[in-house]
Design a protein around this ligand. Structure first.
Ligand SMILES: Nc1ncnc2c1ncn2[C@@H]1O[C@H](COP(=O)(O)OP(=O)(O)OP(=O)(O)O)[C@@H](O)[C@H]1O
Length: 684
């Protein structure tokens, strides 16, 4: 088998498109090989370093599904890259669900990705042509969402991606019209003749001024004649590893906080548990090609485009244009099935040195290069899987871009499909168009070709030790480093196809070439890692700052809490003191009252002098007895007090005086012990 023959299980068909030389073109470093068959298409290229390259690098040979040379136009690419079968797949066979399709471009900045996908002022891109082919071939089978009230809601209800759906006339009017209808966003609008033509576009080019060349009028695809169709367009971009809807009109209304761009999630939804969806996109049902083109232009205006040193209108994000084909049986009006043609215009990889980018743009470039590096890893893994018997997992979960590109490339779990009474979906069919400038940056282009090509053949010598080099003499090994082991472990056994004899000096040169290639590759990895490091550092600084702010906030909070608690306790203490003082005063009043009453009783009985009768007399006696006890106690207490006072008074006087002055005899009130017999009130 030709070592460069593509095995059939590849996830992508990979095409190479070469762009015409720009005015400031350098030397051409890329040659297209003649096809092996007379009527065949070229599919092999070789790259050799430019003449003035001092590194004397090896010649590399790459295989693609097909190579398109500079003179190939947009229509050649459209026809030659199997976009038509991709569209047919999305439309689905008769009575069957369609199959998702992906069309993406990859290449250095300025190599012609956007030109291929979106065209230019004078030529249409693959996206416009694909839309035209779809609308033309569906023809009358397209449903009219404007005159039937039940079609629009049934399509919106069948959507599994939590989308917000609008008919194109209403959407376009709200975005570019006079705004009269902007506030009447009903989910099922009565489009009372609101026509697309009535749109008063403020910023958009008119459809009549958009290019109509190349025409795709004569291109026919098979359409299921038993079905009716609806075309739904949505657009989003991956910018700094986040997904943003391109149809919200956020940039036009940037002053309004409500419309500020919010990142969306790529996740399995409730109605689509086995397939991830970009959830919450705005989706527009388009009834004809003009509406679809206007929606496309609206989204493109939103897309982040900034000029860099390498390309005046460089795409700073990966753009995704999704054409969803909804299909149901025309007669039975069964459930809507849906398949999507996703067209992706990747941002270009670039070298910071060439692009003269700085600040935010440099950081963007870092993110772009990082995501493209992960994409390269996935594609490399795909190529390795086809080379070897062992199937490695394609590491597509490393960033949003590879997740979006590869998630649907594998069969969906039949378990989920079974639960939802569905057939497992077929994996998407994918096409990658690699764009390259044969007169551009050799290093960057060769790097992209290395990981995107379906297979690769390169003269990489073993790097022998000095002794083995002498022993081996002047033997050079031609290996296939597409089997990457030989490249990564150049000292190991090589998978040699051909052997040829060359002088030792050539061997040494090629060793050096391989080493320089490796150094180059490492330099680029270092560039990316440095960018990542810088970003990590700034993230860490931001985290530390917010941590310190949080600490300060906590200290303030603690102090505030303490103050509040202190004030509360003081308040409670004062309240308690008031309560106890009140109780104390009440008790004292009660005591006074009791004493007053007793005295009153005593006075009364003394003044009246009436002889009480039997019971009353005994009560009075006991009362008097207790009164006497109280008075005696008081008397004792007073006596003790008097003694104490006297003693204190004596101590206060000087000792000499104490000696001279005669001690005054203290008069102690000697109370006579009260006895009942002595009671003056006792009349008996
Ligand atoms: N095949 C082609 N024929 C004619 N002009 C081309 C072709 N390819 C690219 N160009 C022109 O080269 C310029 C840069 O191309 P384009 O913007 O498509 O590059 P890109 O790869 O998308 O760059 P970036 O990644 O920076 O967005 C544009 O002016 C475009 O019209």
């Amino acid at each position: 088998m030709d070592p460069l023959t593509k095995p059939s299980s590849s996830l992508f068909e990979v095409y190479l498109r070469l762009r015409p030389a720009a005015a400031s073109a350098g030397d051409r470093f890329l040659d297209v090989e003649e096809p092996e068959q007379l009527d065949g298409c070229p599919n092999h290229i070789t790259i050799k370093p430019p003449e003035n390259d001092r590194r004397k690098r090896a010649v590399e040979r790459f295989a693609f599904t097909r190579v398109f040379e500079e003179e190939c136009g947009q229509l050649d690419i459209f026809k030659g890259t199997q976009v038509m079968p991709l569209i047919e797949g999305v439309l689905g066979d008769e009575g069957k669900e369609g199959r998702d399709g992906l069309l993406a471009t990859l290449g250095m900045t300025g190599s012609g990705k956007s030109h291929t996908i979106l065209g230019s002022k004078s030529q249409r891109g693959l996206t416009q042509m694909a839309l035209d082919v779809l609308f033309q071939n569906i023809g009358d089978l397209i449903v009219d969402t404007t005159d039937s009230s039940s079609v629009f809601p049934s399509i919106a209800a069948a959507d599994v991606s939590e989308a917000k759906m609008f008919p194109a006339p209403l959407y376009l009017d709200s975005m570019h019209g006079d705004g009269a209808q902007a506030n009447s966003r009903a989910q099922t609008p009565a489009l009372d003749g609101t026509s697309f033509l009535s749109v008063k576009s403020r910023h958009l080019p008119r459809v009549s001024t958009m290019p109509s060349h190349p025409s795709v009028e004569d291109l026919a695809v098979d359409v299921d004649q038993t079905a009716e169709y609806a075309i739904v367009v949505s657009m989003f971009e991956v910018y700094n590893d986040r997904i943003y809807d391109l149809l919200t009109g956020a940039s036009q209304n940037s002053k309004s906080t409500a419309n500020r761009r919010r990142a969306l999630l790529f996740k399995p939804t409730e109605q689509s548990p086995d397939r991830k969806q970009v959830a919450g996109l705005k989706k527009i049902i388009c009834g004809n090609i003009e509406e679809a083109l206007m929606v496309l232009e609206t989204g493109l205006m939103e897309r982040k485009v900034t000029g860099t040193g390498s390309n005046a209108v460089s795409s700073r994000s990966h753009g995704f244009f999704c054409i969803e084909v909804k299909k149901r049986h025309r007669a039975t009006k069964g459930p809507w099935a849906s398949s999507t043609l996703t067209i992706c215009d990747l941002a270009g990889s670039e070298r910071a040195r060439n692009a003269k980018t700085a600040g935010e743009t440099l950081a963007e470039a870092g993110k772009i290069n990082e995501s493209l590096m992960y994409l390269g890893q996935c594609m490399q893994m795909q190529a390795d899987n086809q080379e070897g018997s062992k199937q490695n997992v394609v590491p597509f979960r490393q960033c949003k871009l590879t997740e979006l590109l590869f998630s649907n490339s594998f069969p969906s779990s039949s378990h989920h499909a079974h639960i939802h009474h569905q057939h497992p979906r077929r994996p998407q069919k994918a096409i990658m168009i690699v764009t390259a400038d044969p007169h551009g940056d050799f290093n960057a282009t060769s790097q992209i070709l290395r990981y995107s090509a379906l297979a690769r053949e390169v003269t990489v010598p073993r790097i022998p030790s000095a002794t083995s080099a002498i022993q081996v003499g002047n033997t050079i090994v031609h290996a296939r480093p597409g089997t990457s082991a030989s490249e990564r472990h150049p000292q190991g056994p090589s998978t040699t196809n051909n052997r040829s004899e060359t002088p030792l000096s050539t061997t040494t040169n090629e060793e050096l070439t391989a080493a320089l290639d490796e150094i180059n590759r490492l330099h680029e990895s270092v560039d990316v890692l440095q960018l990542q490091l810088r970003e990590e550092r700034s993230r860490r600084r931001a985290a530390e700052k917010s941590w310190r702010a949080a600490e300060d906030y906590l200290v303030d909070m603690e102090q505030q809490l303490r103050d509040e608690l202190c004030a509360e306790f003081e308040e409670r203490l004062a309240a308690l003191q008031r309560t106890y003082r009140g109780a104390w005063d009440e008790e004292a009043d009660r005591n006074d009252e009791r004493v007053d009453r007793k005295i009153e009783l005593l006075t009364q009985s003394t003044t009246t002098g009436t002889a009480p009768d039997g019971n009353g007399e005994r009560e009075r006696e006991s009362e008097l007895a207790s009164r006497i006890d109280v008075l005696e106690d008081e008397n004792d207490a007073l006596r003790r007090q008097v003694k104490l006072l006297e003693r204190a008074a004596q101590q206060a006087v000087s000792p000499s005086k104490t000696q001279t002055l005669p001690v005054r005899k203290t008069r102690v009130l000697k109370a006579k012990k009260w006895r009942m017999e002595d009671d003056p009130f006792d009349s008996s």
